[in-house]
Ligand binder design. Structure first.
Ligand SMILES: Nc1ncnc2c1ncn2[C@@H]1O[C@H](COP(=O)(O)OP(=O)(O)OP(=O)(O)O)[C@@H](O)[C@H]1O
Length: 268
């Protein structure tokens, strides 16, 4: 692979600061999620050391950090799968909203249920029947799998199964979609396809996305904002003021990736 040019300092590109994505320019967005002094201990070990974070409605946040820094722990707290040892977590209007959904690295489909039935599992407030079927089929069309509705999960590829998992998550019309390395097991080309699909659906549906990833390029390609976690604390909270759709390889993206890598490796 050709060596990348050294990242230009962001200060040298003031125009970037003007080029906020359309969603960033929306005025007075409400807060989708607010964390205050959030801590999580396991025995003697304090894995999260007091996280303060506000995520506005519709924002795409990427969370990045070295293995074991507490990313998945944070996501589990956000989705209510785990409880904090200390601090507060407020979702939307103050309740642990049912409209938070999570996607994992593995799709976790029901192997004995057909694809369309797997999507129906995610529907809330609609009982089984023709209306549920119609909604699930529309969601499958959204993720490009309209023609696979009657098949079993076992005959789909890994990328297709993740599309089904995405359709199932969307079925709940989530206000917040938490994504725990959902593209981590995919090959490089499928991963880029899925990134584009995820971005398109996020723009269309307007949920706040919280994506845990190990991939700095993916974080900069997708997020409005990248949070670097280091040893249970926020080491960097970096806005990504680049217009969309973003294409890999530009100097601005390289500059932002350089700042994230510097924070990850303590070179700031
Ligand atoms: N239920 C648990 N009991 C005890 N320790 C835990 C538990 N869950 C997580 N931990 C510890 O908390 C730390 C952070 O784990 P976490 O899974 O959040 O890291 P991560 O940043 O997501 O890592 P990775 O990138 O490797 O997935 C690790 O040291 C882990 O062993």
């Amino acid at each position: 692979m050709a060596k990348q040019a050294a990242p230009a300092p962001l200060e040298d590109a003031p125009a970037l600061r003007e080029a906020l994505p359309a969603q960033e320019q929306a005025t007075e967005r409400k807060t989708a999620l607010s964390l205050r002094g959030l801590k999580r201990r396991f025995g003697d070990k304090e894995v999260l050391k007091g996280i303060d974070l506000d995520i506005p409605e519709g924002q795409f946040v990427a969370i990045i950090g070295k293995s074991g820094c507490g990313k998945s722990t944070l996501l589990r707290l956000i989705t209510g799968l785990d409880q904090p040892s200390d601090g507060t977590l407020t979702v939307g209007d103050g309740q642990q909203d049912k409209r938070i959904r999570i996607m994992f690295q593995e799709p976790r489909l029901l192997p004995w249920a057909r694809i369309v039935e797997n999507v129906e599992v995610g529907l809330t407030g609609i009982s089984k029947g023709p209306a549920a079927r119609e909604t699930a089929l529309a969601l499958l069309a959204e993720v490009g799998l309209a023609d696979r509705a009657g098949e079993w999960p076992a005959v789909l590829s890994g990328g297709q199964r993740q599309r089904v998992a995405l359709a199932r998550a969307l079925a709940a019309k989530p206000a917040i979609l938490a994504l725990d390395e959902p593209l981590g097991a995919l090959d490089a080309l499928t991963r880029i396809d899925m990134q584009r699909l995820l971005e398109r659906i996020w723009r269309q549906e307007g949920f706040a996305a919280v994506l845990v990833t190990h991939d700095v390029t993916e974080a900069v390609a997708l997020a409005d904002r990248v949070i670097v976690i280091d040893e249970g604390a926020i080491a960097l909270d970096l806005p990504i003021p680049l217009p969309r759709p973003r294409r890999h390889g530009g100097a601005e993206m390289a500059a932002l990736e350089g700042r994230i890598l510097a924070a990850l490796f303590d070179e700031a």
